[in-house]
Every structure is written in C-alpha cells, then in structure tokens.
Design a binder for this molecule. Sequence first.
Ligand SMILES: NC(=O)c1ccc[n+]([C@@H]2O[C@H](COP(=O)([O-])OP(=O)(O)OC[C@H]3O[C@@H](n4cnc5c(N)ncnc54)[C@H](OP(=O)(O)O)[C@@H]3O)[C@@H](O)[C@H]2O)c1
Ligand SMILES: *[C@@H]1O[C@H](CO)[C@@H](O)[C@H](O)[C@H]1NC(C)=O
Length: 307
Amino acid sequence: MTISSNPTASLVVVVGSTGKQGGSVIQALAESDKEYRIRGLTRDVSKPQAQRIATQGVEMVNVNLTADNADAAEAAFKGASIAFIVTNFWEHLDKAREVAEGKMLVAAAKAAEVELVVWSGVESVVEVSQGKYTHITAYARKSGVQLLIVQAAVYASNYHSAFALKKEADGTYTLGLPVGPSTVVPIIDVVHDYGLFVREGIESPEFGAGTEVLASGEDISVAEMAAQLGTITGKKVVYKQVSDEQYMAATRAPHHVALELLEMWKYFEEFRYFGDKDTHPSRQHLNRSPRTWADFVRAADWSSILV
Ligand SMILES: NC(=O)c1ccc[n+]([C@@H]2O[C@H](COP(=O)([O-])OP(=O)(O)OC[C@H]3O[C@@H](n4cnc5c(N)ncnc54)[C@H](OP(=O)(O)O)[C@@H]3O)[C@@H](O)[C@H]2O)c1
Ligand SMILES: *[C@@H]1O[C@H](CO)[C@@H](O)[C@H](O)[C@H]1NC(C)=O
C-alpha cells in the first residue's frame, strides 16, 4: 500500500516526521493494508528530508512545536484521527522544556479532538530523570485523551558509532559502559522497526487505547552485544565495565546530562529498562519480525567505525 489521499481515510498526524521514530511510523503505516492519510510535522518543510517524505504522499506541514505555540500545534492536529507524539530532549537538553512541550502536545491533540493519541514516552527511566516522562504520561492520562503508549527500547544505533566503540592501542575495540557485563537491555533498530510497533498498537485488537506497547527486537546483555558484534564483523570487540567517572567523561555531554546517562545505566542494571515488564507480548501481533541486535549489526556498515 501507499499513503492515501482519499478524504475518507483516517488522518494520522506525526510529530517528528523527519526523525527516527516519526519517520519509522510513517514507513510502517505506508506499508499497512489499511488506508491512512498522513500529515508530517517539521520545522522546515523545505529541507531535503522533508521533501523526500512529501514525495511519498505525506502532507508536510511547517510548525514549531514549542510550549508557547499551542495554537499552531492544535491547528496542525485538526482533523486527525490519530496523533503520534514524541518529544525531543537531545536537541535542547532541558527537561523542564521537554515536559512543557510534551504536555502542550497532549493538550493540543485533545483540543483538536484527536481520537487516539500515541505517545512515545519511556516510563522506566522516570525515577532517575525526575519524572520527565511520568509528568507527561500522568498529564496525558488525566487529560482524558484516548492514550496508547509505545515505549522505544535502547536504540541499537546508539552503538553504531566510533564514539561508543573505543579503539584501544592493541587494535581491540571496547564497548565501555558503567554496568556489569550481564546487564540486559531491550534493543531496537528504531528506524527499521519502531513504526512496526506503533502500527501494531493502532491496528491490533490486543492493543489500542489504554494499552502500552514495549518496542524492542530482543533483550540482550551488553557483553553479548560486544561478542556478537565481534563475531559478525570479524573484529576483536570486548565489553568493558568502565568507572562512573570514565563513562561520564566519555559521553562528552554537559555534566547534568552525563550524570543522567550514568544514572540511567545504573537504573537499567538494577531494575531493567522496562522494569519487570515482559517485552514478548508486544512482539506477538507484529506484521513482521523486528530486527535483533545481530540483524542490526549485519545490516549496518561498520567500515568507518571498526576501521
Ligand atoms: N536514543 C535512545 O536509545 C532512545 C531510546 C528511547 C527513547 N529515546 C527518545 O526519543 C526521542 C527522540 O526521538 P527520535 O529519535 O525520533 O529523534 P530525532 O531522530 O532526533 O528526530 C527529532 C524530530 O523532532 C522534530 N522536532 C524537534 N524539535 C521540534 C520543534 N521545536 N518543533 C517541531 N518538530 C521538532 C524534528 O523535526 P525537524 O528538525 O524536521 O523540525 C525531528 O523530526 C528523545 O526524546 C529520546 O530521549 C531515545
Ligand atoms: C522555534 O521556537 C523556539 C522557541 O521559541 C525558537 O528558539 C526557535 O528558533 C524556533 N525555530 C524555528 C525554526 O522557528
């Protein structure tokens, strides 16, 4: 299928359409046998990425989704059956701003009478990140919108970088994290698969409003990630538990962000990324299998990373 222009087809408005999650949502809905019209939101419809999406039949709309721009957000959601909402912490590194923007998006979707709000908040990280997602999720629950939560696992692509894989003097590559080697994380190839889970959440009778989908291809230990990366690429890759100080320095992020990343890993080690929730049920009604870490490794080009 392709994206519909039929006015009777459900309209899905996608926040972050030019990004990894939103782009994946558009791709997955375009592959559906159900008919959807899609409106993609971006701050710049003229950029090449936005224009590429428009050629698929997506209506690309310019809007700056900041907290003081609620009216424009509401206008952008007008007529939608479904709104996909994601916030973007990494661009401004400001938690208060992220929470304000997330709440604004929920309120705007409600004001526009959207029937289903799909929210990409990850809940397990909340305790350590002073509730940034809980605030938005709690607000969304209280607001009375029909809410489907599709939580993204750890991106496999976070480790597809020379930055995450340090080359040692002896030519070995180390995957260094501040947790023990048996720490297990759920992993997702976000661009390839995140939308698959959103589609499942929207279309499968097992999910829908009031439910939660945990989007991950598999659960894998950090040591196993390093081992599989080595086996598949034929390079020597080892997992190394680094000290908290080493880890924070290696992130090269501002102190408060490095500290948050460190606390996240400590939290994953102790409580796991999705807490005690099982990821398997969320993979039961997908239209195809999501990629495992090994699948991601095989599909990616490592030549400029493991040189
Ligand atoms: N890395 C991980 O392992 C991981 C795991 C789970 C969740 N997350 C979360 O995922 C979120 C990021 O999602 P992503 O990976 O899809 O991000 P991304 O690829 O960086 O894309 C960000 C999108 O947000 C849009 N955007 C940013 N500011 C905007 C604004 N003011 N108005 C309108 N649009 C705006 C951008 O659109 P334009 O630039 O075109 O305007 C872009 O499409 C973050 O909150 C992150 O914490 C990350
Ligand atoms: C979006 O709004 C923010 C905050 O008002 C501003 O700093 C930024 O320049 C705006 N971006 C665009 C593309 O209008």
